[in-house]
Each structure stands twice: as C-alpha cells, then as structure tokens.
Design a protein around this ligand. Structure first.
Ligand SMILES: Cc1ncc(COP(=O)(O)O)c(C=O)c1O
Length: 292
C-alpha cells in the first residue's frame, strides 16, 4: 500500500480515493506457477500503456514495480500466486482542480494471494456452458477503452449474472453491432475447421490471448484475428476462453447448444496442455526466490 507491506486482511484504501468512488484506476494481474511469474515484462508494458490511456502516473518505475510484485510473491510464500496491482487517481483535489490530472496524487496498491481460476476444476474439465449476453453489450472503446485494463466491470458482471440466470456458467459480450468482444475477465476464441479465431477489437489485448496465438503457431494451427459475428460462435467446432486467472479454458456449449462433441475440443486440449507444460517448465518466467 503506497510502499508499505502488510497482510491482505489489514490492507485498506482510503475511502476518499476516486479509484474506489469513480472506478478511476488502471490495473493489471500476473500469475506465478511453480515459482515463475509469467511474462512479467509484457504485463508491465501493458500496465504502462493503460496508465498512459487514462492519464495516470505510476509513482514507481517499471523496474521498481517489478521488484514490488516479486517481493509480494515472496512474502505471500506461495509458488502458485495471483499478483494484482493498480494505480488509482487518489483523493479528489478541491474545486476546479478536479479537472487537472496533475493536481491528483496517484496511489499504488498491490496484493498477492494464492492462484485462482475464474472457472473451477470441474467446470474446466467438462467445459464451460457459455451464454452470449442478450441484455448487455461491452462498453464501447470511445466510452472506456477496453484495451486499457480498467475497473469498469459492471457490463461484464451483469452479463455473468444473466448467464447464471439462464442456466449457464459464463458469459460473452458483443459490441453494439453484434460482434463478439470478450468475456468477464477473459478473451474468447473459437475453432472453425482447424483454424483458431479471436476478435480483433473491443477487447483487452490479453497476454494469454497473445500466448495462445504463439502456441497455435508452434502447433501449426492457422489463426485469424478479425471481427467475429456472434452466430459464428454458435456454429463453431470448439471454443475456449483465455485469462491469466485460469489459462486456456474450454467451452462445451453456447446458449445451451453443445459445440462439436459437447466437451473440451481436440485443439483446445492441445493448446491447454502445451500452455501448462511450458509454464511449468518456467517458459517466459521470472523466478521468485524463496528462502526455503
Ligand atoms: C476484460 C478482460 N479481458 C481479457 C482478460 C484476459 O487478459 P490476460 O490474458 O492478460 O489475463 C482480462 C484479464 O483479467 C480482462 O479483465
């Protein structure tokens, strides 16, 4: 918390921080598996871009931020870690200075907790039942840029509740024209006749998404990044979502209709296995040194 380390239970932000009041913040998340933080530099670079988009200043340099995140993983004492950090705008200045980004003292907060999957073991083994949201669209880029990682989650949270109300367990949101964007906290992929496809716009440029495209090239799977109409998802052979909080997670049905054979698809499983195999060997990993 602004340079102090404490237990997660004791950590608190000032209630007047507009990060809390106005969702005025940028954040990012890395994960550690078997003691290696995955693609830390890529996450740090994305975080700096998010801060830049929102006119926020990280009080720490990238090197200092990196050292803080490694230190948090060490203090948490777990090799399987979920490490989250943000820069908030800070407390509101007086009167007309509210419109002056220079008048705010931006704040840095971070935590490390045991690794979490956004879909539990049972859901990942059988595949997710995905619902394309009917009620909500993803917030458009000209409102809040989804390519800059931000606190505006209400569209995604409500779509998740809607999916559950309709008997599903995960949601995906479209844009105003019916093209797929992303899922709550995850990117969306489909597999059509052996080609993997993911939306080009309206979504975060996920680090797991980028990793999946690289793994697909390694497996010789053709890939396309392009506008994807929602109907294509319903008729796809396979689908999966990708996130730091869970890796590559299979989808088994869309809007109640099974995809392919109705379980995790063949190419999805190949990508999933390669992802974890490489991560467990420390691929693109920053080692966290523990004393014991
Ligand atoms: C809105 C959104 N989309 C996509 C993702 C996946 O990005 P990454 O693979 O970098 O975790 C996230 C991650 O939290 C997210 O919040």
């Amino acid at each position: 918390m602004n340079g102090e380390y404490c237990s997660v239970d004791e950590a608190a932000i000032p209630i007047t921080d507009v990060g809390f009041i106005h969702a005025d913040a940028a954040y990012d998340v890395v994960s550690a598996s078997r003691g290696y933080i995955f693609r830390l530099q890529d996450h740090l670079q994305r975080f700096e871009r998010s801060c830049h988009s929102f006119r926020l200043r990280n009080p720490y340099s990238a090197a200092q931020t990196s050292a803080i995140l490694v230190r948090l993983a060490q203090l948490a004492g777990t090799r399987e870690a979920y490490i989250w950090w943000c820069v908030t705008r800070g407390a509101m200045p007086e009167g007309r200075e509210r419109g002056n980004p220079e008048a705010y003292q931006n704040c840095f907060y971070a935590f490390a907790i045991p690794y979490l999957f956004i879909a539990d073991d049972a859901m990942r083994s059988r595949g997710l039942d995905l619902m394309v949201s009917r009620q909500y669209i993803r917030i458009p880029g000209r409102a809040v840029d989804p390519a800059a990682k931000n606190f505006h989650w209400m569209d995604m949270k409500l779509a998740l509740f809607e999916a559950r109300d309709r008997g599903g367990d995960f949601a995906v949101l479209c844009d105003a024209d019916g093209y797929l964007t992303e899922a709550p906290g995850a990117n969306i992929f489909l597999v059509e006749a052996g080609t993997i496809v993911t939306p080009d716009d309206g979504c975060l440029e996920g680090i797991t998404r980028r990793t999946t495209l690289e793994l697909a090239a390694e497996l010789g799977l053709p890939a396309r990044v392009e506008p994807v109409a929602a109907e294509r998802l319903r008729s796809a052979d396979e689908a999966f979502i990708t996130s730091t909080a869970g890796g590559i997670m299979p989808v088994r049905s869309v809007d109640g209709v099974p995809l392919g054979a109705g379980g995790p698809g063949t190419e999805t499983v190949r990508l999933h296995n390669l992802y974890w195999d490489k991560r467990w060997r420390g691929w693109l990993g920053t080692p966290v040194e523990f004393r014991c």
